[in-house]
Design a protein around this ligand. Structure first.
Ligand SMILES: NC(=O)c1ccc[n+]([C@@H]2O[C@H](COP(=O)([O-])OP(=O)(O)OC[C@H]3O[C@@H](n4cnc5c(N)ncnc54)[C@H](O)[C@@H]3O)[C@@H](O)[C@H]2O)c1
Length: 334
């Protein structure tokens, strides 16, 4: 990516007040882009106005829902690059309320792509997909050639959302690609409840000197990506046509078991403790076991590589929340 690609570029981020979207907004504001953030701020989701503290004068915020076609038709009109990150991200919520997940993660993707097809064929769209679409891997590391076989409703709808982007690229000329993110961590993630991934919740418990419950024996492996590295991947994908029409794994280079991760967290936080507990049946039913991705395709296509070691990333993350915890700990039910 040439350093000034985003200078003056008209960019839109759906889900722009959420975890990854707001980190992307900070970087784009620093690069001099014209940034429009679209977010519905649905209670209990990841959107948080504090996430844009420090850049509120340099970005525009439109509190809108991606399910609304007329709004999306209007908002996409003058945008050069659209980072499409709005989503219902809780796997367990997708099983409890599958229709909402369908509406946001599947149907709304068509709404955005139709808006581009009819009102802005010039825009490039980068979609935030997920490793969840693979389900339980046949072998590790997981390449893009493995079967897509989701274990939950969220994975099914995200897979459909992803394929819509690829079809609109191939058939209608809406330039689009998808990044299948593994586990992203870092500042500005929701910590209010434990239904949106375990990592933010573990960080909160460690900082509050509470007990972290690790399901099973903690042997399941993950590859974490620090959010700044994920942001650079989105920027790289948005700036090149060499990725159009394809989906790419985006994972970290370090693989770590849950039990070693909590040890690291407790060590770095200097507080908290952990205990192994039985899997809750509803969590066990949708668990994907160990997962780490082979991201070499995206690396070779864009030159991207993760740069933040796990230990540094978690130290930075803990430092951020130590300073700003009240903005991330609300009154939500667990
Ligand atoms: N964080 C991860 O580890 C991870 C892993 C795989 C995929 N992803 C994907 O990346 C994207 C961003 O995830 P995140 O971790 O930043 O989550 P997040 O919950 O912090 O951000 C999602 C944002 O989308 C907004 N949103 C939800 N529904 C909306 C709607 N109908 N209209 C407008 N805005 C809406 C939310 O308010 C929130 O701000 C999601 O699409 C998610 O599926 C994230």
């Amino acid at each position: 990516m040439t350093p000034d690609f985003y200078r003056g570029r008209r960019v839109m981020i759906t889900g722009g007040l959420g975890f990854i979207g707001s980190n992307l907004a900070h970087r784009l504001a620093a690069l001099g882009a014209d940034v429009l953030l679209v977010d519905s701020l649905i209670p209990d989701y990841g959107g948080n106005l504090f996430n844009i503290a420090g850049i509120e004068d340099r970005v525009r915020v439109n509190v809108a829902d991606v399910r609304q076609a007329s709004t999306m038709n209007y908002l996409v009109r003058d945008r050069d690059v659209i980072f499409n990150l709005a989503g219902q991200v809780s796997h367990i919520d997708s099983m409890r309320d599958p229709h909402t997940d369908l509406e946001i993660n599947c149907r709304s993707q068509l709404t955005l792509l139709e808006a581009c097809r009819h009102h802005n064929l010039h825009a490039k769209v980068v979609y935030a997909s997920t490793r969840q679409i693979y389900g339980r891997p046949d072998h590790l590391p997981v390449t893009e050639r493995q079967l897509v076989r989701p274990t939950d409703v969220n994975g099914i709808n995200k897979a459909a959302g992803e394929y819509y982007h690829l079809v609109y690229n191939n058939v209608f000329g809406v330039r689009a690609c998808a990044l299948r993110l593994t586990n992203v961590y870092g500042p500005r993630q929701l910590l209010r409840h434990n239904r949106q991934g375990f990592i933010g919740w573990f960080i909160r418990l460690a900082l509050e000197d509470q007990e972290i419950q690790v399901f099973g024996d903690g042997s399941q492996i993950r590859d974490f990506v620090y959010v700044d590295d994920a942001v650079e991947a989105f920027l790289a994908a948005g700036a090149t046509d060499a990725v159009n029409g394809e989906a790419f794994n985006l994972g970290g280079d370090e693989h770590i078991a849950h039990r070693d991760l909590v040890r690291l967290l407790v060590e770095l936080a200097g507080s908290g403790r952990f205990r192994f507990v039985e899997w809750p049946p509803d969590q066990k039913a949708i668990d994907i076991g160990s997962f780490y991705a082979d991201s070499s395709l995206f690396k070779s296509r864009t030159g991207w590589a993760p740069t933040v070691p796990l230990r540094d990333g978690f130290a930075r993350t803990l430092a951020y929340y130590r300073q700003h915890l009240p903005h991330y700990v609300g009154t939500s039910s667990v």
